[in-house]
Design a protein around this ligand. Sequence first.
Ligand SMILES: O=P(O)(O)OP(=O)(O)OP(=O)(O)OC[C@H]1O[C@@H](n2cnc3c(O)ncnc32)[C@H](O)[C@@H]1O
Ligand SMILES: NC(=O)c1ccc[n+]([C@@H]2O[C@H](COP(=O)(O)O)[C@@H](O)[C@H]2O)c1
Ligand SMILES: [Mg+2]
Length: 272
Amino acid sequence: MSMKSRIPLILLACGSFNPITNMHMRLFELARDHLHQTGRYQVIEGIMSPVNDDYRKKGLVPARHRVAMAKLALETSDWIRVDPWESEQETWTETVKVLRHHYNESLRLLQYKKEFIKNKQPLEGSTENSLSSHYTVLPELKLLCGADFLQTFQTPNLWKKEHVKEIVEKFGLVCISRAGSDPAQYISESELLTKFQHNIFLVKEWIQNEISATQIRYALCRGLSVKYLVPDSVISYIAHHNIYTEESERKNEGDLLQPLQLHNTTVSPLND
Ligand SMILES: O=P(O)(O)OP(=O)(O)OP(=O)(O)OC[C@H]1O[C@@H](n2cnc3c(O)ncnc32)[C@H](O)[C@@H]1O
Ligand SMILES: NC(=O)c1ccc[n+]([C@@H]2O[C@H](COP(=O)(O)O)[C@@H](O)[C@H]2O)c1
Ligand SMILES: [Mg+2]
């Protein structure tokens, strides 16, 4: 199958990115390699979507900083970008709705490109660009995550069942291995995930590491080095704005709307 006849695919990663780490960016690289090796897909774009401040996870610093850090980190990527849409909404947005938004955006872009072709106007950069070689094919949009994310599907009241169904049935998942998580087991334990297994891509990271944003924040609070774990540009930004401190780590502490209770309480503004 030539690259041209492959299905164009967009990867979307949702999370706190508090702060972005080298591993967050590696997720995209690992996923793209894996999908290309299937011979069926061409990954055309990666989107990182930092969660809204209203998610109220402990230690979550303002989205403007998380977005700014992700932008700095992704300056060296020619295919991954950060999208602030989710972080700019009035409240927290459930992940399936973020997927729907970006799916609709890719539809709009396709319509726009088709208009250009109809009017026989030359499409900007249409000769070499791999993005525009697919301008008449609707891309698939898949949710990119780590194996611990898959595990949260099992947490009571955290995800609506119809949302999980829509994610795996309509969109699809690409899940990267993570120490301490066994995604194949989570799938086998879930009737729903088993049913849509064909739409869940499990990717093994052979070069194991255990970078976690929480550990990065702890190191920063203690004045320890995080060099080579997050990009230098992000380290400078953190130092310049003094973002991660003991005080920032106490943010949302004891909040009744901690993520684990998202769908558990009637007073939560996070419910619809
Ligand atoms: O400690 P926290 O604050 O939870 O930070 P984190 O490193 O888990 O990072 P996020 O929650 O922001 O994760 C965003 C996504 O990245 C995934 N991810 C982060 N670090 C990873 C790692 O080392 N290996 C595999 N997946 C990872 C994670 O599963 C989510 O799907
Ligand atoms: N019901 C839902 O849609 C739901 C529930 C819990 C977390 N999430 C998302 O999963 C991600 C989890 O990120 P963290 O691992 O940083 O907590 C966030 O993007 C959050 O919005 C979605
Ligand atoms: Mg996490």
